[in-house]
Design a protein around this ligand. Structure first.
Ligand SMILES: C[S@@+](CC[C@H](N)C(=O)[O-])C[C@H]1O[C@@H](n2cnc3c(N)ncnc32)[C@H](O)[C@@H]1O
Length: 310
């Protein structure tokens, strides 16, 4: 049984059971991939902990994402495609913006995580969102969208130019293409004054991500990837969540991110499970970094958007 939680402290990462999967009609999407293919598609998997982490992470990123969607030109009544929707957070944001007259379709290669997304849309009373299991490389829709958007998908895509090309194919001429991604580089998660525990958390995540084949400089490459996909020059923005003190929930986000990367961290020999000591990490960050007065800055979130030529 899948569980998910609303954002919170170390003790509240688990939460109530989720309703069983529902079957939804989907027009025009091509057949889904096999379970084996799913297992290789997303480095961090879709454990309950990872789904809860995505939802917690959204509470830090959603302001930046809402800004991008509005600045890119999303307006009420539009039809929007959210690529790599995960637990549905960007789709839910887009659904608020386009309103009841609009429509949002979220796609993900993993069908199980979409059950959570559907439950969350139902709980939010949103009737203008639906979710379809498909690989972005295989997606095909009968009707063109006004916008194709995605957050933290290109870094996992293997081929961001191909992913952007596929996204652009789903959009009408003049439609919006807007994507947001992290850079995961040597100075991505940092603190001031520099705290050694933050430095090592950054190393665990960013080195294992690089060794596992994620596109860790994707934020800086968004501009050139848009151009290589045949799109006009995109607008760029950069923002990053920050926090300090002992009551900030960013420590839980950081520790749960390390938890999701832990198989990659150990398999790529960046660190051992004993060195990471995952179950105490959030509390150590809170007491050691928070109490030290150091300010922690999460990875840069880079936004890029443009319009498909008429
Ligand atoms: C880091 S999560 C981001 C989820 C969501 N966009 C958010 O910001 O919360 C990346 C998602 O992309 C999905 N994904 C990875 N490769 C994919 C592909 N080829 N086609 C469709 N979805 C994919 C994964 O299953 C995962 O749910």
């Amino acid at each position: 049984m899948r569980t998910y939680a609303t954002p919170g402290r170390e003790a509240s990462v688990r939460a109530p059971p989720v309703a069983p999967p529902q079957t939804r009609p989907h027009e025009g999407a091509q057949p889904v991939q096999t379970t084996t293919a799913h297992q290789h598609a997303y480095l961090l998997g879709h454990s309950d902990e990872e789904i809860n982490r995505l939802i917690l992470q959204s509470s830090f990123l959603n302001d930046l994402t809402r800004h991008m969607l509005v600045d890119a030109g999303l307006t009420p009544g539009m039809r929007v495609l959210d690529i790599g929707t995960g637990a549905g957070d960007v789709a839910l944001l887009a659904a608020e913006i386009v309103g009841a007259e609009g429509e949002v379709v979220g796609i993900d290669i993993n069908g199980e995580v979409l059950d959570i997304a559907r439950t969350r849309a139902d709980e939010a009373g949103l009737t203008n969102v639906r979710f379809i299991e498909t690989d972005l490389r295989a997606m095909a829709f009968v009707e063109a969208f006004d916008a194709a958007v995605g957050r933290l998908i290109l870094i996992h895509s293997g081929d961001p130019v191909a992913a952007l090309t596929a996204a652009a194919r789903t959009v009408r001429p003049g439609g919006i293409i807007a994507f947001q991604d992290f850079n995961l580089l040597e100075d991505s998660i940092r603190s001031y004054p520099p705290h050694p525990l933050v430095t090592v958390v950054n190393r665990w995540i960013c080195e294992s991500a690089a060794r596992a084949g994620l596109i860790c400089d994707i934020g800086y490459r968004l501009f050139s990837c848009f151009i290589a996909a045949g799109l006009p020059e995109p607008e760029l923005r950069c923002g990053s969540p920050m926090g300090c003190g002992t009551s900030w929930d960013g420590y839980v986000w950081a520790a749960e991110s390390v938890r999701s990367f832990l198989p990659a961290i150990t398999q790529t020999e960046v660190a051992t499970a004993e060195e990471v000591d995952i179950d105490s990490l959030a509390a150590r960050l809170r007491t050691e970094v928070g109490a030290s007065g150091s300010v922690l800055r999460a990875p840069d979130v880079i936004s890029a958007w443009t319009r498909k030529p008429l």
